[in-house]
Ligand binder design. Structure first.
Ligand SMILES: Cc1cc2nc3c(=O)[nH]c(=O)nc-3n(C[C@H](O)[C@H](O)[C@H](O)COP(=O)(O)OP(=O)(O)OC[C@H]3O[C@@H](n4cnc5c(N)ncnc54)[C@H](O)[C@@H]3O)c2cc1C
Length: 555
């Protein structure tokens, strides 16, 4: 193949050629690295901008509060000032380490609603209905409760019951029941409705990231090369009639390297909802005007690259209660030490818990077919996740709208791959999103005013009872809300003009190039995004292997 390589002066060639080059060893990338090397016949390279997952806090579930906002494990992105948040700039953590965001996330195991995937199918994406994707959720899973119609055992991703239960958490579940929200002990069966404890992606009290579950067992395979601290810079293309990926230029500790594909090989971008559109834009695939503004040659105009950004915004309401919460335990040196001892001896207790304990899926309008909001409840409180806990006995009840209408975008601001792109989340931009925010805050208060919960309630600390009418509540939402870390859909799957990949996750108009990560979701799922991203990669691995085998027979 005739190669045309840009900007490669002094770049070092990787000695091998690869059937698959995967960019990003996150939730999706580690799944691919495992599945694509399983039968030993394909040569695979995976590049990760972060380092190895050696920091012990990655593996301790509560270490989430330590690894987030830590530049050795988190990209530490910040958004642009967001009009929907009264111009605030907010933190957007993303994992920068083997395992990606699955190494620093809150460990909550939620798949989304069956209707989410049926909707993807309804948009024209053959093969993505709930019935189509359920086998991949099951294949990935090692469910502590055993296998059934909806759950699998023996998969690489361990899913466990919440190891800590508290009176105040039970009270919230009772409160939900009191206002007509049923109890649920499985949000991942066919019906998501209800209130109960989350399940966690843990194994024996330790985090089960995709680096642990998928990459670790594959690392000794001779056909897998893992390069850490490797920043993808741009794609390489072959000359010919049709634009075709030929490899990738990346850098390790300032040294430029080139990795090239074998015939019928493919580059797979699994760099996440920020990284994948950034790499496409840097490579000349994206909105023409944006690329020209940044002095990048337009190789393929694809207006949807970086557009359609969706996220779950959490409105974090903080309450003071009259029973001890983790604030008291963590702020006291002796009690903190006892939590540590308990964890070392039993792998249980506060250090084994995920980012939240109780989950409630509810409706702000009774006429809705499925829940439109999700509550996350924590028996602790702080000004922001990851900051020092309050000195009072606090709990946090946060509400997220599950299917926001607002759309943001990601845009490079320089041709330099090390420069972070601009993140415009554009929260609370539509009237539905604003009304849902206000209604969800009212529902939060209703929960705290029930007989079951109010016996523990001292007062609302955030936003405080000063916010009463709709305008005041919306203003408060704009002031206190944060991301719940679920950016998706910036390289959406579909066939319309704004789609970036087709239903086999091939980039429209480019041969040998796919995107496999949370960015391909046409619409954000109604729940946390790690499990569905892993499902996407499980399904993609089957498509990649099948297409590669067919292409090899044909050539
Ligand atoms: C703090 C936090 C808490 C969360 N909590 C939960 C939760 O409790 N439950 C849940 O379901 N979801 C949660 N999520 C969301 C979930 O983890 C993500 O949706 C999911 O991990 C996304 O997977 P991904 O493969 O798309 O991207 P990632 O897992 O982020 O992987 C992308 C990888 O690509 C690498 N990369 C990026 N650019 C480059 C480049 N140029 N060159 C080389 N490598 C690159 C990154 O370093 C990263 O390792 C949370 C996320 C965060 C950040």
């Amino acid at each position: 193949m005739d190669m045309q390589v840009q900007g490669n002066s002094g770049a070092v060639e990787m000695p091998d050629r690869y059937d698959f080059i995967i960019v990003g060893a996150g939730s999706a990338g580690c799944v691919l690295a495992n599945r694509l090397t399983e039968d030993g016949t394909r040569n695979v390279l995976i590049l990760e901008a972060g380092g190895r997952d050696l920091n012990p806090w990655i593996h301790v579930p509560s270490g989430y509060f330590t690894t987030m906002h830590n530049p050795s494990t988190d990209w530490c992105y910040k958004t642009e000032p967001d009009p929907g948040l009264n111009g605030r700039v907010i933190d957007w953590p993303r994992g920068k380490v083997l395992g990606g965001s699955s190494s620093i996330n809150g460990l909550l195991y939620i798949r989304g609603q069956t209707q989410d995937f049926d909707h993807w199918r309804q948009l024209g994406n053959a093969g993505w209905s709930y019935a189509d994707v359920l086998p991949y959720f099951k294949r990935s899973e090692n469910q502590e409760r055993g296998a059934d119609e909806f759950h699998g055992v023996g998969g690489p991703l361990s899913v466990s019951n919440m190891p800590i239960k508290r009176r105040i958490c039970d009270a919230l579940i009772d409160a939900a029941e009191e206002i007509g929200i049923p109890r649920s002990d499985d949000f991942n069966g066919g019906n998501q409705d209800g209130a109960g404890y989350f399940q966690l992606t843990t194994r024996n009290g330790l985090r089960c990231s995709t680096a642990v579950g998928y990459l670790r067992p594959a690392r000794k395979r001779r056909n897998l090369t893992v390069v850490t601290h490797a920043l993808a810079r741009q794609l390489l293309f072959a000359t010919g009639d049709r634009l075709s990926a030929a490899g990738l230029e990346f850098s390790v500790a300032g040294e430029r390297r080139l990795a090239r594909l074998r015939p019928n090989g493919e580059v797979i971008l699994s760099a996440g909802a920020i990284g994948s559109p950034q790499i496409l834009q840097l490579s000349g695939i994206g909105p023409g005007a944006l690329l020209r503004e940044n002095d990048i040659e337009v190789r393929h105009g694809l207006p949807g690259v970086g557009q359609n950004l969706q996220d779950h915004l959490q409105i974090r309401m903080v309450y003071e209660v009259n029973v001890p919460t983790l604030n008291v335990e963590i702020n006291n040196l002796f009690r903190r030490a006892m939590i540590g001892v308990q964890y070392i001896l039993t792998r249980r207790g506060a250090m084994a818990m995920g980012a939240s304990q109780v989950c409630i899926f509810a409706r702000t309008r009774p006429e809705l077919e499925t829940p439109d909001i999700q509550f996350h409840f924590q028996p602790l409180s702080a000004d922001k996740p990851g900051l020092k806990m309050h000195s009072f006995q606090g709990v946090t009840l946060s509400a997220c709208q599950l299917r926001p209408e607002s759309r943001g975008h990601i845009a490079i601001k320089s041709p330099d791959p090390e420069a972070y792109p601009k993140i415009h989340p554009n929260y609370l931009a539509t009237s539905l999103d604003q009304e849902t925010a206000v209604a969800s805050m009212r529902l939060t208060r209703r929960l705290t005013e029930t007989d079951a919960f109010s016996r523990y309630l001292v007062k609302e600390r955030l936003p405080g009872y000063g916010a009463q009418n709709d305008e005041q509540l919306l203003e408060a939402a704009r002031d206190i809300s944060q991301t719940i870390y679920h950016p998706t859909s910036t390289c959406k799957m579909g066939r319309d003009p704004m789609a970036v990949v087709d239903e086999r996750l091939r980039v429209h108009g480019v041969k040998g190039l796919r995107v496999v990560d949370a960015s391909i979701m046409p619409t954000i799922v109604s729940g946390n995004t790690n499990a569905p991203t892993i499902m996407i990669a499980e399904k993609a691995s089957d498509m990649l292997l099948k297409d590669n085998a067919q292409a090899s027979v044909a050539s």
